[in-house]
Design a protein around this ligand. Sequence first.
Ligand code: NDP
Length: 335
Amino acid sequence: LKHYVTGKAAESDMEVVATEAVELKVPEGSKDAIVLKNLYLSCDPYMRSRMTKHDKPSYVPDFVPGEVIIGYGVSKVVDSTHQDFKVGELVWGMTGWEEYSLISNPQNFFKVNHPEIPLSHYTGILGMPGFTAYVGFHEIAAPKQGEYMFVSAAAGAVGQLVGQFAKLMGCYVVGSAGSDEKVELLKNKFGFDDAFNYKKESNLIQTLQRFFPEGIDIYFENVGGATLEAVLQNMRLHGRIVACGMISQYNLVEPEGIRNLFQIVAKRIRMEGFVVFDYFANYYKFEEMTVQYIKGGKITYVEDIVEGLENAPSALIGLYEGRNVGKQVVVVSRE
Ligand code: NDP
């Protein structure tokens, strides 16, 4: 990261820097550390928040200008003084946007238990976004068969899975996305009951009335702003809103005002936020369940793969412009 960012983030806020060659070993005397070769990096919307200097501590620490960007990735252990990690093992967790990283405290890394699944999936369906979809859907929404569900940013890393979990549960699910190509994916690949391109709709309140004549039981919120405002007007009594993210607000200096908030009271809506980190203790249970879904052909997953660390800044910025079709992954090295 070159400097802190205010307003819209750009590729030019980041730079690729070559450093002197270093030995790929844990420094002498460092206990419980690992050196990682980074293979796949994950571009995630929350990273925008870390580019801003916050007056008070945010839910994730701010990046430090001049230092390497930190994010989720899949890596191979190339040296270790930590008893839980062996050389040659594959792991995923918070690593650096660099070819090799020294991790002095690897306790938040997970083992890749299923290397037979494409490794890049550990940035998405089997990584943080997949687990987010699982927690948001099963723990927060607690859906019942036959309920009406709406998902925004539905073709993305989290949304595509939420929709498929909803279908497995027997819900009626509609997704919104920002291009006709994504709408096509939602309907024909991920099995959503219906989908629409929100950029082509002039009145979102009426659009949602059209797709949900009886109202929405569960809204899986990924975008915020005008979409949330329109959803509130279309919620059913005792509806639930899973506040997962609000990407439309991340590049704004001042968040947009939301109307229709009183609907939360009038319709006894439960709107609940969650942060996936709080649930990581249950990760391996999720991994096993999802691997079985993938192997049984019950769940499919689309990735948008970019080659080369030098293309990571552009891939990250692409998230806020909707350029990614599916989970945005950056390949640093394939092995
Ligand atoms: P995606 O793969 O969905 O990529 C982001 C997508 O957001 C873009 O492709 C774009 O799709 C859409 N988007 C961008 N800008 C806007 C805008 N102004 N209005 C509407 N849509 C926009 O990202 P993820 O699936 O990784 O993340 C989805 C959401 O989940 C984010 O809000 C993220 O912050 C949140 N999240 C929350 C977590 C938690 O612990 N609570 C953990 C992980 C993610 P389109 O073409 O459809 O516009």
